[in-house]
Design a protein around this ligand. Structure first.
Ligand code: BTN
Length: 298
């Protein structure tokens, strides 16, 4: 190793020592060298990079064992001018943010909490369909993991009727330009029922619960970031509205009866799909309403 890397044996030993501190284990054989015996279940950037085939998204990876919120840290980095595609991943969040001011329960070392900084060249009026790229990417990732996901408007992904993934987009807008967008994704991977927030246990699920298998989180993260880049590229080439079209197609919502709850009102009607600005079109007894936020309850 020393001669191949052009460093001293002591330097090799020091590197291995550092890796041991991070949870790796090696077998040492005098005269023969070292053998990797154990790789910790961590989202270290170099572990994710093994599964990364992207040109931009995830090429800068910021890792934290614990963070307030990956979205909040990504937002701070974006304000400081970080590159497009920078990702923040964390083992746990102490103030994970959900939609509509909710919290996102984020136990340590079980799931994926990732936020990506994007700098799309699009006006604030056109940006909304960008929010679909995260659920589309999660949808493809979950399919690759062997489960049957379903999309729930606006940004959830379910498996067997239970939420497995939530996504949150946050924007920095200045006059008529989008300075940056933070795409945050929470994907439940190796969380057992007991690890779930008791209030949500009946409505949440994870890859482990669905398949009884543990998943390599860096691999899932690599697939997810690859998929995000693919959709982001499509949005750049074909326009943001293409994300709404793809989402509508995958979700199969057109013609379905829906009830969408907002703070002070419930919309009930037949979905006519997603319009070019990303709003849900609901036909309520012949009157078509554009709904841009809320919770689908039916
Ligand atoms: C929701 O369904 O309410 C959206 C949940 C989004 C959670 C993710 S976890 C990674 C990123 N950081 C956050 O604080 N929130 C998002």
């Amino acid at each position: 190793m020393a001669s191949r890397l052009g460093i001293s044996r002591t330097a090799v030993w020091k590197c291995l020592k550092q890796l041991e501190e991070l949870g790796y284990a090696f077998e040492r054989r005098k005269g023969a060298g070292y053998r990797l015996m154990f790789t910790p279940d961590r989202l270290y950037p170099w572990e994710i990079e093994r599964f990364l085939e992207t040109a931009c998204i995830g090429r800068e990876l910021v890792y934290r064992d614990s963070v307030d919120s990956t979205n909040a840290l990504a937002f701070r980095l974006a304000l400081e001018g970080c590159k497009e595609g920078t990702c923040v991943v964390a083992e746990s969040q102490v103030a994970g943010r959900g939609r509509l001011e909710r919290q996102w329960h984020s136990p340590h070392g079980k799931n994926l909490y990732v936020s990506v900084v994007l700098r799309p060249q699009v006006s604030p009026a056109r940006i909304y369909p960008l929010s679909f790229i995260s659920s589309l990417a999660a949808f493809d990732t979950l399919k690759a993991a062997g489960v049957e996901p379903r999309l729930k408007w606006p940004n959830d992904v379910l498996v067997n009727g239970r939420k497995i993934c939530g996504t949150l987009i946050e924007l920095s807008v200045e006059a008529d330009t989008v300075r940056f967008a933070i795409i945050g994704i929470g994907l439940n991977i190796n969380m057992k029922r007991i690890d779930m927030d008791p209030a949500l246990r009946e409505r949440a699920t994870s890859l482990l619960v669905e398949t009884k298998n543990f998943f390599e989180r860096p691999r899932i993260c690599g697939i997810l970031l690859g998929s995000l880049e693919k959709y982001y590229e499509t949005a750049r080439q074909k326009g943001m509205e293409e994300m709404g079209r793809l989402w509508e197609e995958r979700a199969g919502v057109k013609g379905a009866y829906m009830e969408i709850r907002q703070m002070n009102r419930v919309y009930r009607g037949i979905s006519e799909g997603i319009d070019r600005d990303g709003a849900m079109l609901l036909n309520e007894n012949g009157v078509v309403t554009r709904v841009i936020a809320g919770d689908v309850v039916v």
